[in-house]
Design a protein around this ligand. Structure first.
Ligand SMILES: [Zn+2]
Length: 265
């Protein structure tokens, strides 16, 4: 398939694809979908080579990585993700207890900070947040936002070019990227829909917001607690969606979560 044709196809698919956890239409991402992974790889390696990211070694922390990959696999095995097999969905744990954050690059390179893992109280909350972040890659909000911020041409240049300084700048800005209200709502909806098909409490992500509200604690969450939608509205929205689906309850897996935390440095 030539490049022009694939770009046209991508635009058409972008217009006519109505996804199960989507409640908004008409977003056209002109960045070719097959480049999401290539861009994600560049951004991920640039992010990890920067001094801000201390990645927990996967060989020395095998138990932790087995745990977090099993959470990821539970989400992927719902088979609700169109890009389940297109993206690597690689997970890296960042050793930084002062940041309660997680994010996902285009193409599915997932980052979870130890500060977030220690702040959360149960596995359904971690699954809910990971589902939310994975939805930003699955629904291509990341390339939407990056295209808006930097332009499609610059992003393609980053993949094929050698401008490492610019790449680092883009990678550093990634965690602070703002997706907008619709994208955050869609990611929240995906989180509920996906967890609903597992044994998890489907509104695990809402538990995270409730904890923040209860403690009136200003935590350092640049992406997940983005300024756009009010956390209270997001909890209400997630619970409404959950109840419309039938209000099935699920497991929090708090005990095995606490056990996992003892393996964190
Ligand atoms: Zn988000």
């Amino acid at each position: 398939m030539n490049k022009r044709f694939s770009l046209i196809t991508a635009v058409i698919l972008g217009v006519f694809t109505l996804s199960s956890c989507s409640n908004w239409l008409g977003k056209v991402n002109i960045f070719p979908v097959e480049q999401d992974v290539a861009l994600g790889e560049q951004v991920a390696s640039s992010f990890e080579s920067g001094s801000a990211a201390v990645v927990l070694d996967s060989a020395k922390n095998a138990t932790l990585y087995r745990y977090i990959y099993s959470v990821r696999d539970t989400i992927l095995n719902t088979n609700l993700l169109v890009h389940k097999s297109d993206f690597p969905w690689r997970v890296r744990i960042i050793h930084n207890d002062t940041i309660q954050n997680a994010f996902c690059t285009p193409g599915g390179f997932i980052y979870v900070y130890t500060g977030l893992m220690k702040y959360l109280e149960s596995e359904d909350q971690l699954a809910g947040v990971m589902g939310h972040e994975m939805a930003h890659a699955e629904k291509r909000h990341s390339t939407d936002a990056m295209t808006r911020e930097f332009g499609a041409n610059l992003l393609l240049e980053l993949i094929f070019g050698t401008n490492k300084a610019q790449l680092l700048q883009v990678a550093t800005g990634l965690a602070q990227l703002s997706f907008g209200r619709d994208a955050e709502t869609e990611a929240d909806n995906c989180s509920v829909d996906w967890l609903y098909q597992t044994s998890y409490n489907p509104v695990g992500a809402a538990g995270f917001f409730e904890k923040i509200q209860k403690e009136k604690h200003q935590v350092n969450i640049p992406e997940f607690l983005s300024t756009h939608p009010d956390p209270g509205n997001r909890v209400a929205n997630m619970k409404k969606r959950w109840s419309e689906k039938g209000g099935k309850t699920g497991q929090t897996y708090a005990e095995r979560y606490k056990k996992m935390l003892t393996y964190l440095p």
